[in-house]
Design a protein around this ligand. Structure first.
Ligand SMILES: Nc1ncnc2c1ncn2[C@@H]1O[C@H](COP(=O)(O)OP(=O)(O)O)[C@@H](O)[C@H]1O
Ligand SMILES: [Mg+2]
Length: 241
């Protein structure tokens, strides 16, 4: 479904992602873990063309989605093709209502003509948003804001959802709820590329994992195998066991 083939990303002269490759198949939950500053957010933004691979004098690879090369497409085009990103920090439009925030997610066709039905699906997943439908987003709690950010992404009817640290800053009960939500969205048929700090939970719900360190894939494999890996146990699960 998604194929990232040896891309290099720079901020100015700083080389952040190095010959990075990964793939996501239909129906999968794939998790990317790695320390702060490893390049996880950069990778997600590059996939949806919010960042373009700068040449930096180097040969560059390519990113394709459902067989289509994304090189010449805008971020909006990637939405139309079926990708949606929930960026780090669950940003919403604070002065807009919950409803308007959600509708913002479905301004392009074909999502636009189906938005009534999609809205019902989002409310089924997050009943709390329906209760708050006319409230300004700024009045929401952190957890509700995160639901709204995910809901808005779902409004574009993606087939691949990219989530950047959705559980960050939430209280423990909401963290668990977030992972249940991710699993439920996946059950509805969406593939998910998840960036998470919460290694134990994210590995439990995903099929495959990539470990990103210093802009390179340090380790990859089945989630169940990586949960047993010494590297993962030592550097990523220390705090949870
Ligand atoms: N807009 C930017 N301009 C310059 N450097 C950046 C920018 N955003 C991130 N970086 C740097 O790129 C590296 C990767 O950042 P990021 O992708 O945010 O990592 P992660 O999400 O894994 O914490 C870090 O060294 C960070 O300081
Ligand atoms: Mg990040």
């Amino acid at each position: 479904m998604l194929k990232v083939d040896r891309i290099n990303i720079f901020y100015g002269d700083v080389h952040v992602l190095w010959d990075l490759s990964l793939y996501v198949s239909a129906g999968e939950i794939v998790t990317i873990i790695g320390p702060n500053g490893a390049g996880k957010s950069t990778l997600l933004k590059s996939i949806v063309n919010l960042l373009k691979p700068a040449k930096g004098g180097k040969e560059n690879g390519k990113i394709s989605f459902q067989g289509q090369d994304l090189a010449r497409l805008s971020p909006e085009d990637t939405v139309r093709l079926g990708m949606a990103i929930v960026p780090e920090g669950s940003r919403v439009f604070p002065d807009m209502t919950v409803l308007d925030n959600l509708l913002m997610g479905s301004c392009t066709e074909p999502a636009r003509s189906q938005r009534k039905a999609t809205l019902q699906e989002v409310f089924q997943l997050f009943p709390r948003l329906e209760e708050r439908i006319q409230q300004k987003a700024r009045t929401l709690s952190g957890g509700e804001r995160q639901m709204l950010a995910i809901g808005r992404a779902l409004m574009s009817r993606p087939t691949l959802l990219l989530l950047d640290e959705p559980s960050l800053g939430l209280q423990p009960l909401l963290v668990i709820k977030t992972f249940e939500t991710v699993r439920e969205i996946n059950r509805r048929g969406m593939a998910i590329l998840l960036v998470e700090q919460n290694v134990q939970f994210s590995l439990e719900i995903s099929q495959r994992v990539y470990v990103l360190e210093n802009g390179k894939i340090a380790l990859e494999g089945k989630a169940s195998d990586l949960l047993q890996s010494e590297h993962i146990k030592k550097y990523y699960l220390g705090g949870y066991r």
